[in-house]
Design a protein around this ligand. Structure first.
Ligand code: CTP
Ligand code: MG
Length: 235
């Protein structure tokens, strides 16, 4: 990396994948013969704006993660660090490893292996153009109701809702400020932009992409295999 301002992509990959079931950490589970994490790193590194990818790996598998990513980060440098015991702790560990030249940070879930390179680039570009925080969002297809116990208490206006994906993009200063306090240990925190919202920084939304979906349950892996096949990557 040169000494010019740089863009880094953090990959949160230290989760156990309990909802997916069956043993191995989710980021290391195979999709079309490659670990989910390798798919994600390939897409991030291929984005023209991304200079460095920093992976927060399962703490017991740092060396294995480093080894399996050899040859899968064309277009960007790679760092692998040990993740933490929650997603925000993993993001913190990766933030702490960033070189000083980095001024724009994307944060991505390893569990979104099929994120299109174009989406990565559109988030990075929006931050480079001046937005301090950017999330990709897609319209919600289901009707969403607020419930209490087994009773519906409200129906939300779907046209005003977005399901938010990753990568989310931030100016480094904003993301570091958001993570500087203890707010990141809140148990209701499910994304990085949520933490940035809590410090009062406006968050912009750009169009997300249906292929950036998160692999959470076994059915999502079946869908992911089908998407890969449709891309022509699998026979
Ligand atoms: N993650 C992480 N460190 C943790 C927990 C989660 O880096 N301690 C990452 C996961 O690896 C994943 C992303 O955060 O890429 C989103 O989390 P999720 O989909 O919940 O993945 P898991 O925590 O692995 O799955 P589960 O909650 O089913 O155990
Ligand atoms: Mg989880």
């Amino acid at each position: 990396m040169s000494s010019e301002p740089a863009t880094a992509a953090i990959v949160a990959a230290a989760g156990r994948g309990e909802r997916l079931g069956s043993g191995a950490p989710k980021a290391l589970r195979l999709l079309g013969g490659l670990p989910l994490l390798a798919h994600a790193v390939r897409a991030l590194a291929a984005a023209p704006s991304v200079d460095l990818v920093v992976v927060a790996a399962p703490p017991d598998h740092v060396e294995r993660t480093q080894a399996l990513l050899v040859g899968h980060h064309d277009g960007a440098a790679l760092l692998v660090v040990a993740g933490g015991d929650s997603r925000p702790a993993s993001v913190c560990a990766a933030l702490a490893a960033l070189p000083t030249t980095v001024d724009v940070v994307l944060v991505h879930d390893a569990a979104r292996p099929l994120v299109p390179v174009t989406l990565v680039e559109s988030v990075a570009t929006a931050v480079r153009a001046g937005a301090r925080a950017v999330v990709p969002g897609v319209p919600v297809v289901d009707t969403v109701k607020q419930v209490q116990g087994d009773q519906v208490v409200a129906t939300l206006d779907r046209t005003r809702l977005r399901a938010v994906q990753t990568p989310q993009g931030f100016s480094r200063a904003v993301l570091e400020q958001a993570y500087a306090g203890t707010g990141w240990s809140a148990t209701d925190l499910t994304d990085d932009a949520g933490l940035v919202e809590r410090i009062g920084t406006p968050v912009a939304v750009v169009p997300g992409h249906e292929e950036a979906f998160k692999v959470t349950q076994p059915v999502d892996l079946i869908v992911a295999e089908a998407v890969l096949a449709a891309r022509g990557v699998l026979a």
